[in-house]
Design a protein around this ligand. Sequence first.
Ligand code: G1P
Length: 288
Amino acid sequence: MRIRKMVLPVAGLGTRVLPATKVIPKEMLPLVDKPTLQYIVEAAIDAGIEEIIFVTSRSKRSIEDHFDAFPEMEQALERKGKLKELEQLRRIHEMATYVTVRQVEPRGLGHAILCAKEAVGNEPFAVNLGDNLVDASTPIWPRMMELHEQYGSSVLALFACEPEQISAYGIVDAEAVGGDTVKVKGLVEKPSPQAAPSNLAVDGFYIMTPDIFEILEKTPPSRRGEIEITDALATQARAGRCYGLRFAGIRYDTGTPLGLLTSSIALALQREEIAPDLYAYMRQVLGK
Ligand code: G1P
């Protein structure tokens, strides 16, 4: 079944990039001149997603505002003849239908996704966590959608991580199916490197079948007191209903100060109106 909806859990506090995130949601921090979240939404729209479901919390109102119309600004741009900017601004609210649901208590990622149950309904859907972007030249969503069509199951984006990163991710136990595809047999959230079943980590890109909601409703909190999406996906995996895409694209981690900076530089270097001056600046500071 075609994937039309994407859930974006954006209720988290973003403590890794304080003080920037004290009043600005981490998803609204810009990479060059665009909020991180807008890159994510644009990649979703390019892949055919029509409806974006934000799972927010009380400090995240600016996310809704960013994806809403801003008539005063649009009129001002029109008056000034700034038609390119006007077009850019209009596209943000015209490119998708946006729905917002609230997660009233921080009870974990699985719980955040469960908050979108009514908005999603009985159809498969995509989820993007927003801390990681993949380079636009990596067609991650179309390939994940193909795998979902082929197997009719949930699909996870996986990458081989360094041993010291293992305890920061969900790690899968998987068997090769061929090419870039694996069948996921099990998942563990943030294991120690010694206890990890592999070094294949779950990135923040998922396609889930709607039975995940029923599973989440029955999933008890983990040792860290959260309803983990990893535990619910492990239930699907044990039933043979979870596959993985091993993707080999450029990943931008926007969840840390260094990651934000390097992602911004990487994206700026792809912009022809910015790249030459940025190169010149870097050569100057590096003394080369
Ligand atoms: C979450 C998931 C984890 C996944 C990671 C990807 O962890 O729980 O399974 O590997 O995102 O970024 P978090 O980063 O929220 O701790």
